[in-house]
Design a protein around this ligand. Sequence first.
Ligand code: 5AD
Length: 342
Amino acid sequence: MKVLVDKLIKNRTLKFDEFKELLATTDPYLHQKANEVRMQVFGNKIFARGLIEFTNYCKNDCFYCGLRTSNGGAARYRLTKEQILESYEAGYELGYRTFVLQGGEDPFFTDDVLVDLVRAIKGGHTDCAVTLSIGERSRESFQRLYDAGVDRYLLRQETTNPKHYASMHPLDMRLQSRLDCLWTLKEIGYQVGCGFMVGSPSQTLDDIVGDLMFIKELDPQMVGVGPFLPHDATPFGGEAAGCVQTTLNIIAILRLMKPNLLLPATTALGTIKDNGRELGIMAGANVVMPNISPTSERKKYLLYNNKIGTTSSAMDSGGDMARRMSAIGCELAIDRGDYNES
Ligand code: 5AD
């Protein structure tokens, strides 16, 4: 396995079957090397992004997600502009300089509403980066939001295999439109994040290699990967969760493919295993996203069963994360943590 890892470090890519072999490895050398590369590029600094989950309304009906529109059991909420700004101010006081506004595809948030919100956020403090993660929108919409000051956009492709995509989404959702969105976001000038769930129902190793090759081509600044976790009130409620080892291997492979990539140790990884995020960091991840949403609404943003952090405050989540990072010799960085080309 050492040969393949060293080849990946040297060439920053591998052949299809070589990727497959590496994805299945249990050799600790892969994670060790990825951790070394992370240290070379970023030192012991882990970037912290304050996550604000601002609406759990969603018009989509993805088979895996607890926020899907046909989940009548979900208690819906939508933060007001004032609540979002309060979370942002509280986060700013705690030291965050990057904010991720994440939500379902909620038609309430028209371009006008979002532009007003983004202007208020960016106008409040000029030293902050704003990331949006609110699904597919038109080119015009992406452009307006960019012009209003949004710096980054996260949109996971979930898979690059059209058949696999169709098995996880209703007919009105198309893989091609999602991929088009990612290319559009890049063209406009956003720092872009894509990604996928690991171990989603019927996903194969070939599918994962397809995702890696797509990532090579898109060349995003960020990639989010986390294990699939079932949610009871979805069609996939009885499916098995994704594999931790495979998730960590993917993180490590991505770090070696792109040493300067912004790569989060995700909440899903921390949910499937108590020290999952720490293992993610030690396999090459360099970003964490502590939740700074109002505690009162947190348990309603339930993408999957047993999601962690649903009863904590912003201060608890950040403190817990800082302790976890220092226990593995890392330090939370509170600057914007922009992607660096070099
Ligand atoms: N398990 C793990 N991740 C999920 N997501 C949605 N539902 C689940 C689930 N059941 C992820 C998707 C989505 C992101 C916001 O959360 O990848 O893009």
